[in-house]
Design a protein around this ligand. Structure first.
Ligand code: PLP
Length: 385
C-alpha cells in the first residue's frame, strides 16, 4: 500500500551512516571496533552551557519560541558575527535552526530552483550535493587535489560557471579535507560571485578549529552575496543539542523562516538557552574552545605523522578534525579498502566515494591519544600484510 516518492527514492543514505551501522553491527557481535568515522567532538558540553539548560528547564522555558529563535539568542548571534567574524547581521537578519544541517536545508530550499547549478568544491561534505539535488538543482563538483592540500583554485571554479550557475557552497575549514581557504582565495571567489551575480553559502561550522591558518569569513568581502551558516555543534561540543544558525540578507532569512514555520517551527527552546549561554559567556566558552583546539592539534600531528610513516600519503589539514588518507596501497578502491580496514583492523573509516574523493578514506581524529595510537597499530598490521 505504500509507494515511496520519487524524491525519497532519489536520496542516497550517507555512506558515513552505512559504515557506522556496520561498525555497530560488528560491536553487537562482541567485536571490538574503533570508530574513526563520526564527525563529533569527544569532549563533553561545557558545564556553564549545561547549567543554563537546566536553569531553562526549571524556569519553564519549555514552550514554542519564535520561528527564528528567541530574541536574546538572535541578539547574541548578531553580536558574535560582529565580534568574531567582522560581519554585520542585525538580529532580524539572523535565524536559529535545528542544527547547521537545517540552516543549510532551509537555505537551499529558499534559494534554488530546479535546473540551477551549484558549484561545490570537492572533496565535499556528503550532504551538500544530496540536499542540493533534493531541491531539483544540480550539484557541480569543483575539483581540488591532495597535492595542494585540497586548496580551491578560483580559476578552476570560474571555468565551471555557466548561465545556469546560481550558487557557490564554501566550507572552510572543510569537512572532509580540513582545508582552510586563505583571504586571497576568498577575495577572488567573492569577486567572481559579484561579477557573475552568484550567491555564496559559507558553512563555517569548523571556524574555531584551525591550527596553523587564519579563518576569515567570506561575507566580509561580498556581504550582499553571502549567507553565513554556523552552529554550536562542533565548536562547543554540542552535537546533540541541535542548534545551528544563519545570517544574511533579510529577504533570504525571511524565506528560510517561512520554510521553517511549516516544518519544525523552531529549534528546541532548552537548547536555545544553552546556546545563548555559550555565546553570552564567551570568555568562558573561549577557554573551552582553546583547550579543545590544542588537543585536536596534538592529535592531528600524531595521526598525520603516523599514517605517512605507514606509507599512506596523508596531507596535513589546517583545520577541522579530519584527515584524508590515500589508501590505494591497501586496495585501489576506497570502498573495498574501507571494508578491509574495518574487517581486518577493526577500525571504522569512511570511504571517500560520497565525498567525491576516490582512492581516499576519511578518519576523524576527535578521539584520545591512546585510541589514535591503537588505530595506527591496527592499520599498520593491515598495511604490512
Ligand atoms: N556542515 C558541515 C561541514 C558538517 O560537517 C556538519 C556536521 O557533520 C554540519 C554542517 C552539520 O552540523 P549540525 O550537527 O549542527 O547539523
Amino acid at each position: 500500500p505504500f509507494q515511496l516518492s520519487a524524491r525519497a527514492l532519489s536520496l542516497k543514505p550517507s555512506s558515513t551512516v552505512a559504515v557506522s551501522s556496520r561498525a555497530l553491527e560488528l560491536r553487537r557481535q562482541g567485536i571490538d571496533v574503533i570508530s574513526m568515522s563520526v564527525g563529533e567532538p569527544d569532549f563533553d558540553t561545557p558545564a556553564h552551557v549545561k547549567a543554563a539548560a537546566i536553569h531553562a528547564i526549571e524556569s519553564g522555558k519549555t514552550k514554542y519560541t519564535a520561528v527564528s529563535g528567541i530574541a536574546e539568542l538572535r541578539e547574541a548571534i548578531s553580536a558574535k558575527f560582529t565580534r568574531e567574524n567582522g560581519l554585520n547581521h542585525a538580529p532580524d537578519a539572523v535565524t536559529v535552526t535545528s542544527g547547521g544541517k537545517q540552516a543549510l536545508f532551509n537555505a537551499f530550499f529558499a534559494l534554488l530552483n530546479p535546473g540551477d547549478e551549484v558549484l561545490i568544491p570537492a572533496p565535499y561534505w556528503v550532504s551538500y550535493p544530496e540536499m542540493v539535488a533534493f531541491t531539483g538543482a544540480v550539484p557541480v563538483p569543483v575539483p581540488t587535489t591532495p597535492e595542494s592540500g585540497f586548496m580551491l583554485d578560483p580559476g578552476v571554479l570560474e571555468a565551471l560557471v555557466t548561465p545556469r550557475t546560481r550558487m557557490i557552497v564554501l566550507n572552510s575549514p572543510g569537512n572532509p579535507t580540513g582545508a582552510v581557504f586563505p583571504p586571497e582565495v576568498l577575495q577572488a571567489v567573492a569577486e567572481l560571485a559579484q561579477r557573475h551575480s552568484l550567491t555564496i553559502v559559507s558553512d563555517e561550522m569548523y571556524e574555531h578549529l584551525v591550527y596553523d591558518a587564519e579563518q576569515v569569513s567570506i561575507g566580509r568581502y561580498a556581504p550582499e552575496h553571502t549567507l553565513t551558516v554556523n552552529g554550536a555543534s562542533k565548536a562547543y561540543a554540542m552535537t546533540g543539542w541541535r542548534i545551528g544558525y544563519a545570517g544574511g540578507p533579510k529577504g533570504v532569512i525571511a524565506a528560510m523562516n517561512a520554510i521553517q514555520s511549516q516544518s519544525t517551527s523552531n529549534a528546541s527552546s532548552v537548547s536555545q538557552y544553552a546556546a545563548l549561554a555559550a555565546l553570552e559567556q564567551h570568555e568562558e566558552t573561549a577557554r573551552f574552545v582553546e583547550m579543545a583546539r590544542n588537543a585536536y592539534r596534538e592529535r592531528r600531528d600524531f595521526i598525520v605523522a603516523g599514517l605517512n610513516a605507514l606509507g599512506l600519503p596523508t596531507p596535513t589539514p589546517q583545520g577541522a578534525f579530519y584527515v584524508m588518507t590515500d589508501i590505494t596501497s591497501i586496495h585501489p578502491g576506497e570502498l573495498e579498502a574501507a571494508r578491509i580496514i574495518l574487517d581486518d583492523a577493526r577500525v571504522a573509516v569512511v570511504p571517500g566515494t560520497d565525498f567525491g574523493a576516490p582512492g581516499q578514506v576519511r578518519l576523524s581524529y576527535a578521539a584520545g591519544m591512546d585510541t589514535l595510537a591503537e588505530v595506527l597499530r591496527r592499520i599498520g598490521g593491515v598495511v604490512s600484510r
